[in-house]
Design a protein around this ligand. Sequence first.
Ligand code: SF4
Length: 204
Amino acid sequence: MTAGCARARIPHASYTPGDKMAQNELHRQSPPSCGKARPDTEFTPAQELFDNVPYIIMSALGCVILLLVFGASGNSGIFAALYALYAALGALWIMVFVCPHCRFFGTRMCPCGYGRIASKLRARGDEKLFVRKFRRHIPVIVPLWFIPVAAGAYSLSRECSPLLIALVAAFALDAFAVLPLAARIYGCAHCSQKDDCPWMKTGK
Ligand code: SF4
């Protein structure tokens, strides 16, 4: 990890005016490596919600695809509910096992708000373990990106459905283009730990 953003190591709730001045001075002396860094940026609840929209859309589309694919079996509701539960638990998993090691844990500088929720669930972890924890735990949620596509492709191989084609295409566009692009452009582009983040490195 870079020497990076010492300001983010102080939980937001514990800031005093003196802390803020000291940390802003620290940024002036040693700005984060990102040229676009906005060290004083704290995300509002509306911005946090906006950051979560692509993930919510992906989860909703995944449920609809499973409903459609398994509609004839009578178990479609169960499969869709299990997928929705997996999406919710996946987000919780990241909050519990990755976010405690992030610099933005417990602050409003986490774009999606996970960091604030995580601070209510866990104590702060060791920031040096962030990359290792990220690499270990991200695979837990990766199947969310592939289950609806695999189910849709299997169903389409047996029977053509224009509605299902449109839903799978919309899911793929959101999951594989909009979601990563939104994270990179909107959230991660301004993150002071992006140089160490495996998510940012995957596209290089
Ligand atoms: S920036 Fe990512 S790892 Fe850091 S607190 Fe937010 S969601 Fe968690």
